[in-house]
Design a protein around this ligand. Structure first.
Ligand code: GLN
Length: 440
């Protein structure tokens, strides 16, 4: 480790909070190498996006500490900071050595363990969409696409164009170098449908590893964008009348003994009962768990105009209007794509919710609906909550959620989300002034 950190002065020791924002402390490399114990106030994991904390009852009356335990395989020198800084993803551990009940990384680890107890290994891949914009100093104004190398601002028609992305080549070169340094294999990246909207696809792998990579990638994206005079925006819906940003999750399950994908029958190559029940579990549970994939008011704006961003739990073969899509693939790669999470979601939580729902379906033999075909209308029971209010209410009422993730976690999460909703309700938007101001 000390060789890897030669030339590094400081290490950012971070853990994801409930929203997936990296929180922690910067430690000297000497302190880090001597394994000096690093502690952080427990309530930090429940920090809301505006910066405040819910009532202390949700994180312990004594406002005590957690220990941040660096994960040896997630210590990386950061090339965008002149190699003088490194970052370590830490697991948040209670003083008694238990994984913290408030840690979203620990929530995901527990779900993966439940698969391991059955002899299975879930495999996931995330896809992350984001926009690049000019820094926005007046938040009453809409975001503006940046000016590219050719001195022009992209105005449209850039979707899937390689040359349009090349206008921002210095930025993307630094992102590529950053991915290599963070140990994130690159699959594809592309210009998406929106003006200055991009997508990066991660190579599939272990769920905790992929969530770590997605978390690190988002962190790097923000930092490198600032260095290039840009902002990287992973809001679910940053611009009106333009597609939003998703974090699609592809999921399959491998049997540890045989190495086979349990969604495909080895001899017939047909879908298995486990495949059907996995889909049935997502259909049964995900409406109650929507808040874990769509955590802000803005998340629901992505759902309300269908730019390939479904708000339903219908499943379908290769149809982007269905929340659960089965991509065309070889039988060996049969997988379920959950298209519901936005890029604003905490990757640990979105992956945990999706995998836990699928496992619930396998354990309980949940039968899926008939697959949706062509243009379809989702039945009421397969429509997601349409607002943050409703999603909070559904999660609050969910016994399944408390059973899967523990009451401490769900209650803390709800407390933070309620604070964020109340803060939003304190704002009167331009729309309200424009249309309600003089008419009603
Ligand atoms: N390529 C796509 O599938 C587009 C997804 C869409 N941008 C969404 O928000 O869900």
């Amino acid at each position: 480790m000390s060789e890897r950190l030669a030339g590094v002065a400081d290490i950012e020791c971070v853990t994801p909070d409930l929203n997936g924002v990296p929180r922690g402390k910067v430690m000297t490399v000497e302190g880090f190498l001597s394994e000096r114990r690093l502690q952080l106030a427990r309530g930090v994991l429940l920090q809301c996006i505006m910066g405040g904390y819910p009532e202390a009852e949700f994180y312990g009356h004594d406002d005590g500490d957690l220990v941040l335990c660096p994960q040896a395989d997630q210590v990386h020198v950061l090339p965008w900071l002149d190699q003088s800084r490194a970052l370590a993803i830490c697991e948040a551990v209670e003083l008694d050595g238990q994984l913290s009940g408030l840690s979203t990384r620990a929530v995901l680890r527990k779900v993966v363990n439940q698969y391991a107890e059955r002899g299975w290994r879930p495999v996931v891949a995330t896809e992350l969409e984001f926009f690049l914009f000019e820094p926005n100093r007046d938040d009453t104004q809409a975001f503006q696409p940046p000016v590219g190398l050719d001195g022009r601002r992209e105005v449209g028609a850039g979707a899937f164009s390689v040359s349009t992305s090349n206008g921002l080549k210095p930025f993307f070169d630094e992102i590529s170098a950053g991915m290599a340094a963070l140990g994130i294999p690159r699959d594809t990246f592309m210009h998406e449908m929106g003006v200055s909207q991009f997508e990066i696809n991660f190579v599939h792998g272990d769920p905790v590893l992929i969530a770590d990579q997605t978390f690190l990638f988002k962190h790097m994206l923000h930092e490198v964008a600032l260095k290039h005079g840009l902002i990287a925006v992973c809001m679910a819906k940053p611009l009106a009348r333009v597609p939003g940003c998703s974090m699609h999750i592809h999921q399959s399950i491998v049997d540890q003994a045989s190495g086979q994908n349990i969604f495909t029958e080895a001899t017939t190559q047909q879908p298995t009962a486990a495949f059907n029940h996995f889909i049935g579990g997502l259909q049964h549970c995900m409406a109650e768990l929507t808040l874990l994939m769509a955590p802000y008011v803005n998340s629901y704006q992505r759902f309300c105009h269908a730019y390939a961003s479904p708000n339903n739990l219908c499943w379908s073969h290769d149809n982007r209007a269905a929340g659960l899509r089965i991509p065309a693939s070889e039988p060996v790669a049969r997988r379920v794509e959950n298209r519901l999470p936005g890029a604003d979601a905490n990757p640990y939580l979105a992956v945990a919710a999706s995998l836990a729902a699928g496992l619930y379906g396998i354990d309980h033999g949940c039968e899926p609906s008939a697959p949706a075909q062509g243009e379809f209308t989702a039945p009421d029971e397969l429509v997601l909550p349409g607002t943050l209010h409703e999603a909070i209410h559904r999660l609050d009422r969910s016994e399944i959620a408390r059973g899967l993730f523990g009451a401490e976690f769900i209650n803390g999460y709800l407390a933070t989300k309620r604070m964020e909703l109340e803060s939003f309700m304190d704002e009167i938007t331009p729309w309200e002034r424009r249309f309600l101001g003089s008419q009603v």
